[in-house]
Design a protein around this ligand. Structure first.
Ligand code: HEC
Ligand code: HEC
Ligand code: HEC
Ligand code: HEC
Ligand code: HEC
Length: 187
């Protein structure tokens, strides 16, 4: 309720005062600007992913003949794919097989029984729910649909080969008739 400035009558009803409206608009703009600046600042400070060993996917997949699941063993059964433990590598690299200095680094980790601190390349924010089992086993999708040809890289990618943005998820969900409900992914 407020007073009409022209004639002094009481004005009833749920009309918003211009001041309240202006404040609301300012808040929305402020949040949007802060959110946008936040992501820009984060991506500015988000340096390239540098791995402790120059691991060669192509060599192990194409020449040695390993399957993705030999090293990412939970990918068909769990939400997460899993990354190889030191034990996975030590099965073949207890003693050096090559003259490679990268392999020498690996042999050192094995001798010291120290897990290799692999860094994450692909990650969605904590507010997004994602399951490998659902996509790989239930939907039957190939890894490269979301990860690009990482199996053909001869050194670790420093940036994701595909950006896993919300639009990327939604495009496929729309074409494949999967859920586009906000709550399906944001739980
Ligand atoms: C099934 C056996 C096997 C497993 C398991 C395996 N490798 Fe290898 N790896 C090989 C073979 C064979 C070569 C040598 C190929 C050649 O002769 O050039 C090799 C070569 C390498 C090299 C040196 C050559 C290069 O160009 O990079 C590195 C480094 C390496 N492997 C790292 C790893 C890491 C890290 C793991 C665990 C995540 C691993 N390997 C698991 C068989 C294996
Ligand atoms: C011999 C073990 C081995 C095999 C086989 C292997 N990977 Fe990997 N994978 C690794 C290692 C070690 C890393 C971390 C270093 C890197 O990024 O290259 C990795 C990283 C990845 C990542 C990035 C993980 C992250 O941090 O986000 C993806 C995606 C991936 N691999 C997919 C695949 C696919 C697809 C295949 C089969 C075509 C495959 N890998 C086969 C060992 C393996
Ligand atoms: C539909 C898209 C999609 C497909 C298909 C897919 N991934 Fe992923 N992958 C993702 C997303 C999204 C993440 C990040 C998950 C997170 O942050 O929790 C991820 C993360 C990973 C990681 C690192 C984190 C972890 O879960 O251990 C590895 C390794 C990986 N994927 C391997 C694979 C392999 C191997 C395949 C094929 C067998 C595959 N992915 C198929 C979307 C996909
Ligand atoms: C290439 C296609 C494709 C991409 C890319 C993809 N999805 Fe999916 N997704 C599917 C399909 C198909 C299903 C339905 C699987 C089934 O039948 O259960 C699904 C199901 C899901 C479900 C279960 C939905 C429900 O009904 O409960 C979630 C959650 C999900 N996806 C999240 C994601 C997220 C997050 C991303 C992006 C990081 C993503 N998806 C990217 C194809 C895709
Ligand atoms: C298929 C999965 C999926 C669905 C459905 C989905 N989102 Fe998202 N959403 C994502 C992913 C993945 C991200 C993270 C994107 C990134 O990191 O770049 C995200 C990010 C966001 C963000 C954070 C802002 C940003 O850009 O990072 C908001 C807000 C959001 N979603 C709102 C929604 C709303 C509202 C809906 C329903 C209309 C919705 N989402 C439906 C997957 C989904």
């Amino acid at each position: 309720m407020r007073v009409n400035r022209e004639n002094g009558d009481l004005v009833t009803g749920n009309t918003l005062s211009p001041r309240v409206l202006l404040f609301a608009v300012a808040m929305v703009v402020a949040i949007a600007v802060a959110g946008f600046a936040g992501t820009r600042i984060l991506s500015f400070f988000n340096p390239d992913v540098k791995q402790p060993i120059q691991f060669n996917h192509m060599l192990h997949v194409e020449e040695v003949g390993l399957e993705c699941t030999d090293c990412h063993q939970y990918v068909t059964t769990e939400e997460f794919a899993g990354r190889p433990s030191l034990e996975t590598c030590s099965g073949c690299h207890e003693d050096p097989l090559t003259e490679s200095t990268e392999e020498a680094l690996l042999v050192k980790y094995i001798q010291d029984a120290e897990e290799i601190p692999w860094r994450r390349l692909y990650r969605v924010p904590a507010h997004v729910y994602y399951s490998h089992q659902r996509h790989v086993t239930v939907a039957g999708l190939e890894c490269n649909r979301c990860h690009g040809e990482i199996g053909l890289t001869s050194e670790p990618p420093r940036k994701p080969l595909k950006k896993l943005t919300m639009g990327f998820c939604l495009d496929c969900h729309e074409t494949q008739g999967a859920s586009t409900d906000c709550n399906a992914c944001h739980r």
